[in-house]
Each structure stands twice: as C-alpha cells, then as structure tokens.
Design a protein around this ligand. Sequence first.
Ligand SMILES: Cc1ncc(COP(=O)(O)O)c(C=O)c1O
Length: 461
Amino acid sequence: MKPDIIGGIPQQRIAEIFDAECASYATLHPRSMQLAGHGIAGYYQGVPMHWMRDWSMPYPFVVESARGAVLHDVDGNDYADFCLGDTGSMFGHSPPPVAEAIARQASRGLTYMLPTADTIAVGRLLAERFGLPQWQVATTATDANRFALRVARAITGRPRILVFNGCYHGTVDETFVRLVGGRAVHRPGLLGQAADLTPLARIVEFNDLPALTAELAHGDVACVIAEPVMTNSCMVLPEPGFHAGLRRLTRAAGTLLLIDETHTISTGPGGYTRAHGLEPDLFVVGKPIAGGVPASVWGFTDEVARRLDEVRAATPAGHSGMGTTLSANALAIAAMRATLEHVMTDEAYAHMDALAARLADGLTGIVRNYGLSWHVVRVGARVEFVCAPGPLRNGSEAEAAHAPALEQAIHLALLNRGCLIAPFHNMMLVSPATSAGQVDTLCAAFEGVVASLALDLATWQ
Ligand SMILES: Cc1ncc(COP(=O)(O)O)c(C=O)c1O
C-alpha cells in the first residue's frame, strides 16, 4: 500500500522523527520539565498566554535570558533565535540603545498620560521615516488597526471593511472572516462572538483585482486593510501590478487603504511602503517599533486628518472609542525613540538583508539538492520555507500549502539543534545582531533534518 505523504515525505517517517525529537527534547530540558512540564501553577492551561502552548515542543522551555540573537534557557541551552518573539524582537533582544533608554526613563516615571521631550522627537522621526504627517501611538498593533478602522468608518460613513482571505491583523473583529464557497464566514476557532461579523465584511483573495473591483463596486466599503505581503499563513507575495491596482481601485471607489506593516517592516527602514512607493491613507506598525516594549503607531494623511476633524466637530463630546490609558506612555516612547534613532538604521537593514539572502539561498539549495518540491520565500529580513511548491498566489493556496505535522517535526528538530524558528509558520527573521555563523548553523541543521526526512525516499515511492 502507498504510504500517506505530506509535503513529499511519508507520514510514518515524520511521526518517527517527531517521536525521536520529543525524546531528545526531554533529555535536553529536565529543569524546564520541573518548572513548566506539567503547566505553570496559577495559569489557565499552565501558561500566562495560551499561544505559548502553540509551539512544536512537548512543553515550553523556560527562558533565563536573551541578548542579541541568542536565547538562553534554564537548562543551559543556547539557541540562535530566528523567531525573535514573532517579530517583537526583530532588532535583537535588548538592543543596547533601547536598554539604555529604558534604564534612563525607569527612574523618571513610567506613565503619566502627558507628552515628554522624547514624544516630540518621536513625532518628527515617524513623519520623516514613513512619509505620513499625522500620528497616534497605541500599545499593540491590534489596537492600532482597530482605531484606524474606526476612523475609516467615521470619515467615510460606510459600514464595511474589506480584507484579503487568509489575513491576520491582530484580534480585530472586522478581520476575523474567511472566504468559503465565495462567501464570508467567521474564521474557524473564533470564540465568544456576540454579533455576526459577516454583514460588515467584504472578502476577496489576495492578488485578485477583478474580485476586488466587484466588491468595491457596492460602494459600501470604508477601508481595505492589507499587509503588503501576506505573512500570516505561508507567505504570499504581491504579483506585479497588484499594489498599483489596489491603490487605483480603492481611490476610484472612495475607499481608504490601510497598509499594515507590522510584519513587513522587515523589508527596510520605511517598510514595504517606502521601499515600493505605496501610498496608503492609513498606516500601522507595531511589534518591534519600540524594540520589544509594547507599543504601536498608526499614521494617516492630512486629508484623513481634515475629514476626522470635520466628523469630530459634528459629533457630541464624549468617548471616541479610540485610545487606551497606557498608550504613548513615557517608557514606551523612550524605547521607541531609541529604536527609531539608533536601531532601525540603514546599516542594520543592510546587514539583515544580506544575511537573510544568505539564509534563503542556503535553504533553497538544500531543498533542491534533496529533490523536494518545496520553496523558499523572502521579504527583506523575513525568510520562510514552505513545504509545497510555489509561488503561492493567495490565502487559499497558502492555507493548503501548510503541512502541520511535517512542520512540527522540522521545528522541533531545529530546536534540538540549537535553532529557534517561529511556531505558527516556517518563518525565520534575521536581526542586526544575527551572525553569518548563526545563519550557517541554521542551514546545517535544516540540512540534517531534511536528510533524515528524505532518507530512502525513493523506496517509499
Ligand atoms: C500583520 C499583523 N498585524 C497586526 C498584528 C497584531 O499584533 P499584536 O498581536 O502585537 O497586536 C499581527 C500579529 O501577528 C500581524 O501579523
């Protein structure tokens, strides 16, 4: 009987390797087992945030410290960290200018809901870097997206938000939909939803300009929210002309365009937007913008600001539904200033880009050598291997390209060889602190895993 095959690899081989790697993991992590193996007391599901259960390892290891691109656990293991807090630490753990700024601010008050001298500098830095004149600071990218979408609805007077199938923009209600059989449905797994989200959604596949044209023609879409490259399933690049078409069609329909750069800030110092001359009305970036201290920013054009002023003038005083108490606190702003001035530099990006290219080339060569029909995709410092042929064109293809059991085995095997990659997809980030040696270690580890997965492949076929 022909064996079940996942990503070109027999399922039985994947299971054998996963079991062996679980055993190695247990040997390497006895102390973590004591501390967290049966769940950490006091926490639902044994962790302070349930996503910490979503890694490939049988139980999480406990981190002792992290610096630059190295993570150290309580069992004495060091990891070359290519996950980097799933982008929160994209510029390395505790970059010295950020650590110094935090230390400086720590004794001067952490939050007072008033601006500081750093606030004044940050306003100028954001405008210069990202090319938009009006900014607000929030605490997470989720919040920033939520507030920006609220503005879009308020100033257009339109109810709907259009998303691309397969998107993720944080836990933002409007984006928790999927396209099934040509219709919007709730994203699988969504819990506790009070209202049906689908009447306020429009959803099309990425790279599908005819479908976008048709959905915008209803005239009821306030805003399209998009990552410039879809990064939250297997990575999907925009096809030539897609972004120009997206901008042209949204303008023609009177619909605002929100570009969410939270992950694609890997592209360059001004994100994909600056690198490719995009012209969003609204712009969001979170996660690493303050070097790992919780903070996000959302920017917009003078035209959006003018329309917002008009709407506010016509609205009775009260609560706008935007903002949170700790947003733009003094600590976050100090860390953001240090990040913008000293960490997100052209030199840092040049280093990240060169090593990410080295990583992508290395992985591509290995995939080819072993005759696997996988592919590798990259946007700046962000690299991903996909255990399926590419390029992928949209969210449906990206979803279908996932191979969870195979990915889990590879992740765990890499971890046991000292390399940490992101848990949710096969994503690897290169930071300014990452070394060529770490990249080569990851390539060697990947080759080792692939060699064992592909061993005797011909005899299975
Ligand atoms: C593109 C994008 N936007 C927004 C978010 C939300 O970020 P946060 O969880 O920090 O709110 C994410 C998280 O992964 C993301 O990938």
